[in-house]
Every structure is written in structure tokens, then in C-alpha cells.
Design a protein around this ligand. Sequence first.
Ligand code: NAD
Length: 435
Amino acid sequence: MKIAVVGTGYVGLVTGTCFAETGNDVICVDIDKAKVEKMRNGVIPIYEPGLEVLFERNIKQGRLQFTTSLEEGIKDAKIIFLALPTPPGEDGSADLKYILGVAKDLGPLLKKYTVIVDKSTVPVGTADLVKAEISANCSVDFDVVSNPEFLREGAAVNDFLKPDRVVIGRETEVAEKVMGELYAPFVRQGHPIIFMDIKSAELTKYAANAFLATKITFMNEIANLAEKVGADVENVRKGIGTDSRIGMRFLFAGIGYGGSCFPKDVMALSKISEDNDYDFKILNAVTEVNHSQKTKLFPTILNHFGGNLKGKKIAMWGLAFKPNTDDIREAPALYMIDKLVEAGAIITAYDPEGMPNIKITIGDKIAYAKNMYDVLEGADALLIVTEWSVFRTPDFNKIVSKMPSKVIFDGRNLYDADKMTEKGFDYTCIGRGNG
Ligand code: NAD
């Protein structure tokens, strides 16, 4: 099948590459000229484990191409995916300017029946708006379909190739057939393609992300309470996660969720609720709790240094909003950096993949180290922000040789608190009765 993917970011590039991998001819369109040039030269613009191999193979075999021209990209396409940004507007609602802008441009370019697919996370009713924009200046028949994406950055390729489910909101049988054929290779192991009405598909994506954000936040609140009552959130996690009704995933306490999806999607769902006269109380609380959770360790650090952080050297492990990605959007690290630098601390950070992006955002507000041990040189304390695997079993002797103070603030509960105390570390983590 000939497919166009408009917007070649984390979602668009994975989508386009994985559809090419199953034998489709894919053209990815992006307005970012430098990005398109890079991809045309075979350079992958994001870090996503496992993507590079597929990217290179499909370019080499001529199934994956890139262009900045919407007209050229969609010329022969049977299906056009919109994988465009939907950032939060000032009032928290999803800003649809990218989606509707492209929809408007598409109208006159469509020359035959085409399925237009909303892959972006969009408010309920967006498909109708897309349809109206295209129809305003279009002479052929087309369908608009909602196909929300559930991939996780860091595991995106596997999530896309082996999805738990594919959700498709459609109005016509033709659109259902086209989408069913496209996704058939991805659900051979029996995972379902769930066809539904478009509004339910649009709401499903927000419901999924809001539920997961709520689960994380609930556990963070349990952690905060555990600190007050002298309990250990890790024990509680095991105690409840083994209940099959609850499950182990998304129960790790820490310094809050970040990323380009959870924060904005929770806010957008709150706004959708508000616009529809529904006060979604839990969601508002989730945003509020998560916001304060991101800087939860700041008062503890300040207190440790007697209320004065001026000139204190803080080493930071982790910048990306989670491991296995270079994405730093809404990363808790950014919030901690702001607080610490404002209080006069001097930060040197290391992240396996997140440093180039953070440099673009905050430049020399902090210093950067080449590896996880160099960052500790002369530091007064280590602050762990992202749970990269490489931080899980460090050489503790090396840590001590570089940072004799042995002070660690761990925002991701990577180590056994008792063992750290045995090793002589002044170790603070989340929710283990040590707040
Ligand atoms: P992104 O910012 O990484 O990528 C968007 C791309 O669109 C960029 O490359 C940008 O240059 C391009 N673009 C902007 N305007 C354009 C235009 N007019 N024409 C062509 N290209 C244009 O965004 P993303 O993280 O891939 O997210 C895209 C959508 O998918 C969002 O709605 C997001 O909420 C949703 N989503 C994201 C994830 C995720 O993990 N990142 C997961 C599921 C869903």
C-alpha cells in the first residue's frame, strides 16, 4: 500500500518505518528541512532503540522516503497519517493548529478517494474539524479515521510492531477494510483491532494516558504518606502489585512523570471535561500532585545543606524524562535544575542520550560530563533523576573515590536503602520512611 505520514517526529518516524517494514511504500513528510535532509542522508534524527536497523533497511530497499513537500508526499497515497504535534495551548487544551493547517492544505491536493488518519492525540470531535477543513476545498470522496497511537518512547518499535491492541474509529466500511488490511500483519498473534465510532477512539487515547498518569500519581501519594508513617513504599508496591486486579506496572514511586504526553494529555482531558460541564476532579488533582512531586527532593536537598545551596556542587544522573529516550520534554530534571540553579547550586549532569536536547533547551545553565563518573568529580552530592539501566549497578567504590561526601538523593529508588546505609552512604530516596 502507498502511505504518507505527515509529521516525522517520535510517532511519525516509528509509524512510517514500521509500515515500510511490513512491505508498504511510505513517504514521510516534515516541514523541518534540516530533519528531512538528515533522514535523506540516512541519519536518524531521534534516539529510539531498535529503530535504526529498520530505518536503514527500508531506506536501502526503497520503501521509506522523505520529503518536505506535502504535495509530493501524498501524491499516490491511499492512506495519509497525520502524526503532527498537539501541544498544550495556554488554557491546557490541545492546540490543533498543526493538524487543521495540514487538513486545510490537503483539500485541494486530494485527487482520488483517500483515508486520512488522525494518529496524533486529539480532543473528541477533531475528526469532524479535520473533515470540515478538507471538505471546504476538495472535490473527491475521502474518509477521516481516528487511530490513536499507544507506543511508548524507549520501546516504540516493539510497541508498534506488536501492539496490545489497535484502536480504530471509523465511519464507513471502506475505511474499516483499508485500515484492517494495513494493520493485519501487526496483529497476527491474536491481539485485537478494535473498531469503534470515531469519538470513542479519540477519547480512548486520553483515557489510557490519564489512567496511567493517575496510577503513577496514586503511588507517589502513597510514597509521600509512607514517609510520614515510617513505611516503605517498595514493600507496599510489591504487596499491592501482586494483586492481579492492580498489576505491577506503573507502580514505581518517584519524582513524577514527564514527557510529551502524560502532562499535556491529562491537562487536555481536564479541559475537554470543563468544556463539557464536567468537573473531572481526579484529573485536576493528578496534575497538581505531579507538579509538586517533580521538585519533591528540593527541600530535602536544601535542608541537607543547612538551607544554603550557594556554590554547592550537585552531580546529576539523568536528564531525559525516562530511560531509553533522548526526549526531555517536561522532564522532571528541568524542574529540579531550575530550583537548584536558582538557589545557587552548580550542576554537572550526565545522561546517556538526553544531553544534546537539553543543551538546546538550557545551554550552559549547567555543565555536562562525558560519563557517569566524571560528573561526580568534586561533587557535594549526587542527584538521580532518570532510571537508566547503567545507573542501577554502578561501581560504588568509584563513586566514593570521586565523591567522598557519599551523599545521594535518589529520585527513582534505584538502590536498596539498607545496603546503601551499610556502605556508609547518606542515601535519601522516595517513600521509604526517610523523608
Ligand atoms: P514530535 O514533536 O516529535 O513530531 C512532530 C513532527 O511534526 C516534527 O518533526 C515537526 O517538524 C513536524 N511538523 C510540524 N508541523 C508540520 C507540518 N505542517 N507539516 C509536516 N510536518 C510538520 O511529536 P510526537 O512526539 O511524534 O507526537 C505527535 C503526536 O502523537 C502528538 O499528538 C502526540 O501527543 C502523539 N503521541 C505521541 C507519543 C510519544 O510517545 N511521543 C505517543 C503517542 C501519541
